[in-house]
Design a protein around this ligand. Structure first.
Ligand SMILES: [Zn+2]
Ligand SMILES: [Zn+2]
Length: 260
């Protein structure tokens, strides 16, 4: 193909059919069409989300207080005194508090799956938009140093990125001010084959799975926040918390995008 032909091809691409151009928020929508992660329908360009249609967006289950102070799962109805949370009882948390943005179902689950399993970096704008809608999460994150839960290097090479780091970047942008992302931890044990083990076995294998990256320094006066995509048993987050505590971190909370 000559240079001229190549140029002509680009021009043709730019002059797409007017109907197609109307979906448009530029080239990004051609590469990643605005398809709803939940119902696979087209998402209109004047909606609040790029990859969740208006009908599905109404199904987001945002977490509002009151919620469990360890894992962030909402308590429904009237809360009287301390309450055991079925999602995290038995977890002796090495962090102070945990908060979460949405329940991991419907479109909330769709966004996480798109990001983790379909190379869906294009849904990050929607994840940031969700964070902007949960004041109790933003308030905890503001001015903190966000530490993403690391993937094992092998896993990160496979996926091409660490979804928790991407989510932490979204949260930092939404929280603003002096909130920063600092990948201080690395995963030293590959725990990929452990999903078949029971909880106690996983916890004991995870105990030393994380360490500080070489040269990282913890400032005992700083507020640190571990960030992960989802809260499930809390054992991975807790192992990360232990690694940070061992390194001298005193002021440590946890935020996850989804819970379930
Ligand atoms: Zn939809
Ligand atoms: Zn809980």
């Amino acid at each position: 193909m000559s240079l001229d032909e190549g140029h002509a091809h680009v021009v043709t691409f730019g002059r797409m059919h007017p109907i197609l151009a109307n979906f448009g928020r530029g080239l990004g929508d051609v590469v990643f069409p605005p398809i709803c992660v939940q119902c696979r329908g087209m998402v209109s360009s004047d909606g609040e989300f790029r990859h969740v249609c208006a009908k599905c967006a109404a199904q987001f289950d945002y977490v509002r207080p009151p919620h469990c102070s360890t894992c962030g799962h909402p308590f429904y109805g009237i809360v009287e005194g301390e309450r055991m949370c079925p999602h995290c009882e038995g977890l002796s948390a090495a962090f102070r508090e945990g908060r979460t943005a949405v329940l991991l179902k419907g479109p909330g689950r769709g966004l996480v799956h798109e990001l983790k399993y379909h190379r869906g970096l294009h849904v990050l704008a929607d994840i940031e938009e969700i964070f902007r809608r949960v004041p109790h999460v933003l308030e905890l994150a503001r001015d903190a140093t966000l530490v993403p839960v690391p993937l094992h290097p092998r896993k990160q090479r496979e996926r091409g990125y660490n979804q928790s780091e991407m989510i932490a970047e979204c949260l930092a942008r939404a929280a603003g001010r002096k909130t920063i992302v600092s990948p201080l931890l690395r995963r030293v044990v590959d725990t990929v084959s452990q999903t078949h083990h029971d909880r106690r076995m996983r916890q004991s294998n995870l105990k030393n799975a994380f360490a500080l990256v070489p040269g990282a320094v913890i400032n005992a006066a700083q507020h640190y926040l571990l960030v992960d995509d989802v809260f499930t048993t809390g054992s991975t987050l807790n192992s990360c918390a232990l690694a940070l505590r061992r390194a001298g971190c005193l002021n440590l909370d946890v935020i996850t995008f989804g819970h379930g």
